[in-house]
Design a protein. Structure first.
Length: 158
């Protein structure tokens, strides 16, 4: 939903349910850590802003974006979460690797959403360059982590 007309961090705070009794799992990729770290910070800050207790936010890391699916799947199996959020960043390069990773993660998360009892929120930035990633992880386009936190809270309440 990130367009020149929509900042990822802009939302109606009154439309977000209270998250004080909710527990969230976050799986974050270590690859492109500058970006994923900023996404994580935005996600955690927004969850806490809406009442989630810090001890109810559980963060696990995986080496790269492709491993986000496995990490999210493991969190769905362990239970106790109201929603899982995946955070990663894939930046287009000179080979088709970008397409394979993006397609694999997207299909994997879609499958988890269709087969799991809890929502898995898609927070994978898929950008053409580093500047676009920076713009969407706290820069001029806001922070996708904020958006993911709001989506997770709303879907947990669903």
């Amino acid at each position: 939903m990130a367009t020149s007309l929509h900042n990822l961090s802009d939302y109606d705070t009154q439309a977000v349910p209270d998250a004080s009794n909710m527990c969230f799992g976050i799986v974050v990729s270590e690859w492109n850590k500058e970006i994923t770290g900023a996404l994580l910070e935005g996600t955690v800050n927004t969850l806490e802003k809406h009442g989630t207790l810090p001890e109810n936010i559980h963060v696990k890391t995986v080496p790269g974006s492709f491993e986000l699916v496995y990490g999210a799947h493991q969190m769905t199996l362990n239970g106790g979460y109201d929603a899982i959020i995946i955070l990663g960043c894939v930046i287009r390069g000179e080979t088709p690797h970008f397409d394979y990773i993006c397609q694999g993660v997207t299909a994997g998360i879609a499958h988890l959403n269709a087969t799991s009892e809890i929502p898995v929120v898609y927070g994978l930035l898929t950008t053409d360059n580093l500047q676009q990633a920076k713009d969407r992880s706290g820069g001029t386009m806001g922070n996708k982590g904020d958006e993911c936190a709001v989506v997770a809270i709303k879907m947990a309440k669903f």
